[in-house]
Write a protein that binds this ligand. Sequence first.
Ligand code: SAH
Length: 460
Amino acid sequence: MNYFPLFLNLKNQHCLVIGGGDVAARKIRLLVAAGGQITVVAPQLCEELAQAVVAGKLIYLAASFNESQLQNVRLVIAATNSEDVNRQVFEACEARGILINAVDDPASCRFITPAIVDRSPLMIAISTSGGVPVLARQLRSQLEALIPHGYGDLAQMASDFREEVKQTLTSVDARKQFWEKTLAGPIPDMVFAGQHDAARRALSAAIKTDANAPVQGAVYLVGCGPGNPDLLTFRALRLMQQADVVLYDNLVSAPILDMVRRDAERVYVGKKSNNHAVPQEEINQLLVRYAQAGKKVLRLKGGDPFIFGRGGEEIEELAEAGIAFEVVPGITSAAGASCYAGIPLTHRDYAQSVTFVTGHRRDGEVELDWPRLVSPTETVVVYMGVAQVEKICAQLIKHGRSPNTPAAMVEKATLSQQRIVVGTLSNLAQKVAELAIKPPALIIIGEVVNLHDKLKWRED
Ligand code: SAH
């Protein structure tokens, strides 16, 4: 071990920074956040530091470094671009036992600063002992993405309750068990979802009923986008890595399913148009049953759970059964198809509004509010419309939309197998039939479709 890792309490401690440029400013931001009392010594200051001086956050000495400035100082940062000055500061500090860091100048450092992931009060520090700072920063980016922002709030909340837990559960083992169980249960997820009051109430109740009470399950209704795993949200990914049981259907692509925790139980509840594999009511009951058995249940939905996803029905049942649940938004397939096909859904010149409709009807008839969909400045996106494309186009023409209105079908949007058929209301159905387009696919209707040629992604 080349360096001893530590976290330093700098509250109200005098810190001296030599240098007034951007590098100094970066270090000063952290010193201020840690509550240090900072004096900056430099011939001049960058804009940010000048403003901090005006705001009363720093004391500024427009001077060069000299040893008299080290009186009562606990910690020094030399952020100059002169190794000679750094050396001079270093030697002066060493003689007085003051901690000194010279930025990017290891020879003049008593301590070095890590790359940090700040979820205060939780803090992760990463260091390569000064050898490869870029590597430490790369690792930090990965951790930033991996660790929910709510971890800080969770740490704060847990420490707020620490004393209460200590009073209620008197043995060290009981407390350890309590925290292990609580932090592996649904309370952290409530915090990450911003439900702080509910989390506090749940924690308070858990302390009272003791940690030995049965574990409560929870259901997460998670939108996982149109199929490309890169379009998952961080929240979706985190929940996928924690789930005990996953219920999924055919809109959830194989690469996405691969990202679910390996030992989670997988339950296929897929349905195809007119061929319901598992009836909705049964899915609802499954969710309730798994949660009641104390499981973390993930219900993965294609796109967004609340857009033609029957997400509302699923949580209604959970709410009735008193089960904790959370709904995580996903990129709806219309948004995915729009971007990946280069067809903006609105555009200042061509479309001022967009309507999402479903082309699916149990009895095969499409009943939509046609007069509302025929304005030439409106984009219409039809979900579940492959089988009905001919009827839909005919109805729009019949109700007054021009037969020459551009229209496109996007099949398997955002996936490597994506196909796009572009035509007009009068010929789209024929083109779709010729290419044997199959679900999942969306119809996009409106002048914006003309932009596809210009805005589509090119291979070269
Ligand atoms: N909740 C989903 C929609 C479910 S309805 C969402 O927000 O996207 C199912 C329909 O969504 C399909 O029939 C199809 O019209 C559309 N869809 C889902 N994924 C798609 C994809 N990758 N490409 C094109 N359409 C898709």
